[in-house]
Design a protein around this ligand. Structure first.
Ligand SMILES: Cc1cc2nc3c(=O)[nH]c(=O)nc-3n(C[C@H](O)[C@H](O)[C@H](O)COP(=O)(O)OP(=O)(O)OC[C@H]3O[C@@H](n4cnc5c(N)ncnc54)[C@H](O)[C@@H]3O)c2cc1C
Length: 430
């Protein structure tokens, strides 16, 4: 499909940070027609998924209609469809239902998915945290085990209240801390007959510390905050197997559990392998510094789908801020190209790294020089930076105000087990 309005056509696959940032920049130019294709009709704000999984926020706080985002932009057409194949030479995308979109420019920004590193049982039995659906499934499972423990307290001996978080990077730390707070603040009140004090959260990682990209001071701080919140750290320890009813660790320990949360790593989404473009580390597509695929100057790939060269060595990390800035940069390169000007190599403005540990405790390292802050001030900065990210995809600040209000008010909704498609837990499975 191609517009018959004579305009140059840009086809964008993926309405995440990367795709939206690119579409928003291009939408300002009425001589362009943009088709934004996504398998969901909403954008999901991944940094806050752990708050949905732990009932701090509701799904509608972190997912926004793509159509609404571009409602005032007649030159942007949002299409619901899953890209199943890409032909970079013809600049076409074919969807699973057979539509073909052809662009003068093709933008691939379809993101990543969980990497289970072929660990037996992990893909089948662990709960990843990459999409809104993942977060809702996890939230339901957490509620389900509390309901089961309330129904039959003997199940606590079968691991009903054991939670294993695999991966002590930012996502694993955030979910472990938030889970500890959920149990302390909410479950104690809502499940008075359940001995909530017996709940255990294990945070498992091969590395010798949590939050490895941060400084030693930050490691010590984060570990103390987590331990004070009741999280048991199992560091220098890998996961060898995930089963329906237990996790086997590399030191031989077996933890009985029905909730294994996978925050162990990412790889490119399946579309990377269907594009014929060269894949590097993590299955991601290796791109040139100007964000195009080698040999295809009108095909752009960025965000979590790409390995973007870092001018100071290696590749840039998979972060929302990288995806957002790359989207804006790619749009500028497309416009330059159309104007007959040279494309420029992407320059990432590094604002730093950060992680929330519990509601009022975060670690933040600001800027390239990594000025470090911990505690409530860092937590406020985390909120500020994520407000920036959020307004990068949404048009108005109201979304952020709404979110901070829900967050600080501690006013979690009641724990509603609202999914009807949940498989029952089979306690005979080990
Ligand atoms: C749990 C979690 C927490 C995070 N926290 C932070 C944080 O605090 N700060 C930070 O900077 N970064 C954070 N990140 C990283 C950040 O969210 C990602 O780097 C960013 O979302 C990447 O943007 P993207 O647009 O490349 O991909 P995504 O945001 O993943 O968007 C990809 C889009 O493509 C769509 N799609 C996928 N496949 C297809 C297909 N075949 N056809 C059509 N559409 C498709 C998806 O539906 C999705 O809308 C976090 C990530 C996770 C998972």
């Amino acid at each position: 499909m191609k517009p018959d309005n004579g305009k140059k056509h840009v086809v964008i696959v993926g309405g995440g940070f990367a795709g939206i940032a690119c579409a928003r920049e291009l939408a300002r130019h009425s001589h362009l027609h943009i088709t934004l294709l996504d398998k969901n009709n909403y954008h999901q704000f991944q940094p806050l998924l752990y708050q949905v999984a732990t009932s701090q926020l509701s799904p509608s706080d972190v997912a926004y209609s793509l159509r609404k985002l571009f409602a005032g932009r007649p030159n942007v057409e949002v299409k619901l469809g899953e890209a199943a194949a890409v032909d970079p030479a013809a600049r076409t995308v074919t969807t699973a239902s057979g539509e073909v979109y052809q662009g003068d420019y093709l933008v691939l920004a379809a993101g990543a998915r969980a990497n289970f590193f072929n660990i037996p049982g992990a893909e089948q039995h662990a709960f990843p945290m990459y999409s809104l659906d993942d977060a809702q499934r996890l939230r339901s499972r957490i509620l389900q085990v509390f309901e089961e423990a309330d129904r039959d307290p003997r199940l606590i001996g079968e691991g009903a209240l054991n939670f294993v978080v695999v991966g002590a990077g930012a996502t694993g730390v955030e979910v472990a801390g938030a889970l500890a707070e959920l149990i302390r603040d909410s479950m104690t009140e809502e499940y008075p007959k359940v001995p909530v004090g017996q709940a255990k959260i294990y945070l498992v990682d091969y590395g010798h510390t949590v939050l490895s990209p941060f400084s030693n001071k930050a490691h010590t701080y984060a570990e103390k905050v987590l331990q004070d919140a009741g999280v048991e750290l199992r560091l220098k320890t890998g996961v060898k197997e995930v089963a329906p009813g237990h996790v086997l660790l590399s030191d031989g320990a077996v933890i009985k559990t029905r909730v294994t949360i996978w925050a162990g790593g990412l790889m490119a989404c399946p579309l990377a392998g269907k594009s014929g473009l060269p894949q590097g580390r993590g299955g991601r597509i290796d791109v040139l510094p100007d964000l195009t695929a080698a040999g295809f100057p009108a095909v752009y790939v960025f965000g979590d789908l790409a390995n973007i060269p870092n001018p100071s060595g290696g590749v840039l990390p998979q972060l929302g801020s990288v995806a957002l800035q790359a989207g804006q940069w790619a749009a500028a390169n497309i416009l330059a190209d159309l104007a007959g000007k040279p494309r420029a190599p992407f320059q990432y403005k590094d604002k730093g790294i950060m992680a929330m540990i519990t509601r009022h405790a975060a670690v933040v390292e600001i800027g390239e020089k990594r000025h470090e802050l911990h505690g409530p001030v860092a937590a406020t900065m985390w909120l500020g930076v994520h407000a920036g990210l959020m307004t990068g995809v949404r048009n108005k600040i109201d979304a952020f105000v709404q979110w901070t209000w829900s967050y600080f008010s501690r006013d979690r909704g009641p724990q509603l087990l609202d999914r009807t498609d949940l498989p029952r837990i089979d306690w005979t499975e080990e």
